[in-house]
Design a protein around this ligand. Structure first.
Ligand SMILES: Cc1ncc(COP(=O)(O)O)c(C=O)c1O
Length: 370
């Protein structure tokens, strides 16, 4: 018997909150407040409380959140910002937009996150900030990164786009660094019904700067202090996100439950390397990426059986045409280079049924040999 298992199922999620979302969207339509209305400020309040920080500023995307947070931290042309090449390209694009040079440091094979020891070796007089990316939903080693930043007077901007609700030693991600950035892209753990993002911080100055930058550089209407951007979060998005935020913990719990089930069913096969939740971390499994050899054949095999998978990401950022000028070779980032050829994201979404997980595992084990 063959069943179809998508990688994610946005419609299944919508069905679980349909009534609430419809009510929220209609109330925005009826209010006429489409830009920076009460839903945006209420979401900012609720999300900042959830993360446990003083400020949250809604912006137009996760990419903008990173860009504006970097600018608010004073990053500019001539500076260097450390991050990893094993991320979605937006992390590195945001650095490049400021005119600063991205310095790409390899990852740890256990967590797929930046290796703080290697990062320490790349700090120069020009280094201004570090962006740890909490890949797949698991925290980077924030203790070491914060200690490194403190020692060298650097800003830490967390890229939590894949990890909303995740924790590190009991603290919510996005609330540990000087600033935290998230994406509300629909498939994210806290996703909207379109693009959106948010910057979190406890720092009065960073918050004030992001607030000004995201509305054309103005603090008061039609008075522009600095060159800014149009990067506002839509009220309709905010209304949908407020509903989703109320369900997020439950959705993340389901993701964690599915991950445990995957682990139980796939564990022990030496041809499959499973993701590991490291001590002190609460992994929220935005993606459940395993590592397999012969990945392309494996992906085709699964697709033939109706199981959709994806690769996050097949090419490290330094190998992308838009960043080849940075001059990195595969040997400079050996772990990222190797792992990007092996990772395979299996279906993962809160509404997955037990039989879906069993079928995915059965199919994968059939390929890998039981
Ligand atoms: C790690 C990471 N950073 C940044 C982003 C950018 O977010 P957005 O698509 O909302 O601009 C994403 C989104 O895919 C991401 O996964």
């Amino acid at each position: 018997m063959s069943i179809k298992v998508p990688l994610v199922d946005m419609v299944a999620r919508y069905k679980t909150v349909e009534k609430e979302v419809k009510k929220a969207v209609i109330s925005v339509l009826e209010s006429g407040h489409f830009i920076l209305g009460p839903d945006v400020s209420n979401l900012e309040k609720e999300a900042s409380e959830y993360i446990g920080v003083k400020y949250a500023v809604g912006v137009a995307s996760g990419t903008d959140a990173l860009h504006l947070a970097l600018l608010a931290c004073g990053v500019k042309k001539g500076d260097e910002v450390i991050t990893t090449p094993f991320t979605f390209i937006a992390t590195v694009e945001a650095i490049a937009y400021t005119g600063a040079t991205p310095v790409l440091v390899d990852i740890l094979p256990g967590s797929y996150n930046i290796d703080p020891k290697k990062a320490a070796k790349k700090i120069t007089k020009k280094t201004k900030a570090i962006i740890p990316v909490h890949m797949y939903g698991q925290a980077a080693d924030m203790k070491s990164i914060m200690a490194l930043a403190e020692k060298h007077g650097l800003k830490v901007i967390e890229d939590s786009a894949q990890a909303f609700g995740g924790e590190c030693h009991g603290k919510k991600l996005s609330g540990i660094g000087h600033a935290g950035c998230t994406s509300f892209f629909p498939t994210k753990n806290l996703g909207g019904a379109g693009d959106g993002g948010m910057v979190f911080t406890n720092d009065d100055e960073i918050a004030a700067k992001v607030k000004i930058l995201h509305v054309h550089g103005s603090a008061a209407k039609y008075v522009h202090k600095t060159l800014g951007f149009n990067s506002r979060l839509d009220s309709i998005q905010a209304a949908v996100l407020r509903v989703h935020l109320r369900h997020l913990d439950q959705w993340n719990d389901l993701r964690r439950r599915h991950a445990r089930r995957y682990g139980n069913l796939l564990g022990g096969n030496e041809r499959i390397i499973l993701p590991k939740e490291l001590p002190g971390n609460k992994h929220v499994y935005h993606l459940y990426s395993v590592r397999v050899s012969e990945r392309e054949a494996c992906q085709r095999f699964l697709q033939e059986r109706g199981v959709s998978t994806a690769v996050h990401y097949p090419i490290p950022v330094s190998g992308q045409e838009s960043f080849r000028h940075l001059g990195y070779k595969a040997k400079d980032i050996p772990v990222s280079s190797r792992i990007s050829k092996e990772v395979l994201s299996l279906p993962m979404y809160p509404e997955m049924k037990e039989e879906h997980i069993e079928y995915v595992c059965e199919s994968l084990l059939e390929f890998c040999g039981k």
